[in-house]
Design a protein around this ligand. Structure first.
Ligand code: NIG
Ligand code: FE
Length: 413
């Protein structure tokens, strides 16, 4: 397939560029008036329309992208999109002024989702998750991470991970699975944390490893959820099965999650609505990516992360949706990118890099996706006609994604 007359081809980073730190994030290389050739699912070549080779311009399968932008598909590195039911009754409680913690204490929150998931069949979870993934792809997402964490029993955590495994083969995009059994303490273990951790360590981890159901380990390291010591224990056990951490840290408080994640070589530490100078220093001296989830802050009305502080400390930022029924009932990465500009004060170039190449890096997929480079997977989207790149985040809430291409083929999901 040949795409011609592209107004602007975006994200043509050198192939060896696998992650962008701090001040590098403003650099989003583009080519104006471009062509792009896709072959065997990969990016074969690209160049300027002024010097298009004649053997290429005679190809039959052509799309004209006159007035349009071609952008690497979004790489959404943090979602909880397998769930049994929405939770809009909690949304109404939030409107009434209840906090996330108050709702959780009142029996809502993660345990509410776990109750509902326990009753759902694997097939029904798979079907509802397919609808969500399809919507996300149509909104431009071309790589995904999905967590368990609404199971909280051996049986239900495995059920969730098996659903994710089926999603991996049902969709033409790379999907990574993360075990988040340490998302909340089930009611029966409320006063017996030790036994739930033993359940994770001695029962879940060996089974998950045996069936190869997870790529990563996650813990909700937070006041009222898992302490630093408990997180340390779980991450140590997971390391024995080769599971690297991508963890929830500093969502509601400065929890110590960032530092314990870094100690265990976390690929990313996610949320970071709360930070202090020690967090910035620890991240600056590590290769761990800071994954920010501005649509969660938006929905919960909690502080937005200090993106500029992170970038000033040369830290790599990824942007992700956090799609889940409690704190972010949306997988729309276009909105995430808009919010990153509006609320995190990220420049459009920084936000787009964070939602593409750095998102890919936060899933260890940046050799494969996240930028337009020869030999990478052809996962990208063509926008509607737009006056400029900044128009994409500026026109928030309006879908500028017109055509999604996965593995070199138009997606008709
Ligand atoms: O990332 N913080 C923990 N987990 C989710 C919310 C889960 C829920 O409320 O169901 C999050 O925001
Ligand atoms: Fe999350």
């Amino acid at each position: 397939m040949l795409i011609t007359n592209i107004k602007v081809l975006v994200g043509i980073h050198p192939k060896e560029k696998l992650v962008l730190h701090g001040s590098e994030m403003i650099n989003l290389p583009v080519l104006e008036n471009a062509w792009l050739l896709l072959e065997n699912g990969l990016i074969k070549d690209f160049g300027s329309m002024n010097s298009i080779p004649s053997h290429i311009s005679t190809l039959i399968s052509k799309i004209s992208a006159q007035g349009k932008f071609v952008i690497p598909a979004w790489c959404d590195s943090h979602t909880h999109l397998v769930f049994a039911a929405s939770r809009e009754e909690e949304f109404v409680m939030k409107v009434e002024g209840k906090s996330y913690e108050e709702i959780a204490t009142a029996g809502g929150g993660i345990l509410n989702s776990a109750d509902k998931l326990a009753l759902a069949t694997e097939d029904s979870l798979f079907e509802s998750s397919c609808l969500r993934v399809r919507d996300m792809i149509n909104q431009g997402t071309g790589a995904l991470e999905i967590k368990s964490g609404y199971g909280l029993t051996v049986e239900s955590e495995l059920k969730m991970l098996r659903v994710i495994k089926r999603l991996k083969s049902a969709f033409p995009i790379p999907i990574k699975a993360t075990l988040l059994a340490a998302h909340a303490y089930p009611r029966a273990y409320k006063n017996n944390h030790k036994d739930y951790i033993n359940l994770i360590v001695n029962e879940m981890l060996p089974l998950v490893a045996k069936e190869k159901l997870a790529d990563y380990i996650d813990v909700f390291c937070e006041r009222g959820f898992f302490s630093v010591e408990e997180t340390d224990q779980i991450l140590s056990a997971a390391a024995q099965y080769g599971l690297k951490p991508k963890i929830h840290a500093n969502q509601l408080s400065v929890s110590g999650g960032v530092q314990i994640g870094i100690k265990h070589g976390a690929i990313s530490v996610d949320h970071l609505e709360e930070t202090d100078t020690d967090v910035l220093e620890s991240l600056a001296n590590s290769s761990t990516i800071a994954t920010l989830l501005p649509s969660c802050s938006f929905f919960l009305n909690i502080p937005f992360a200090n993106a500029r502080g992170l970038m000033n400390n040369n830290i790599a930022i990824a942007l992700a949706s956090d799609y889940n029924p409690g704190s972010t009932p949306s997988g729309n990465m276009n909105f995430v990118v808009s919010l990153a500009c509006i609320k995190l004060k990220m420049m459009p170039e920084e936000a787009i890099n964070a939602a593409t190449l750095n998102g890919a890096a936060a899933m260890e997929l940046s050799t494969e996706v996240g930028s337009i480079a020869i030999g990478k997977r052809a996962n990208l989207f063509i926008t509607r006609e737009m006056p400029s790149l900044a128009y994409l985040p500026y026109s928030f809430g309006q879908l500028q994604v017109e055509t999604v291409i996965l593995n070199g083929e138009i997606y008709h999901g």
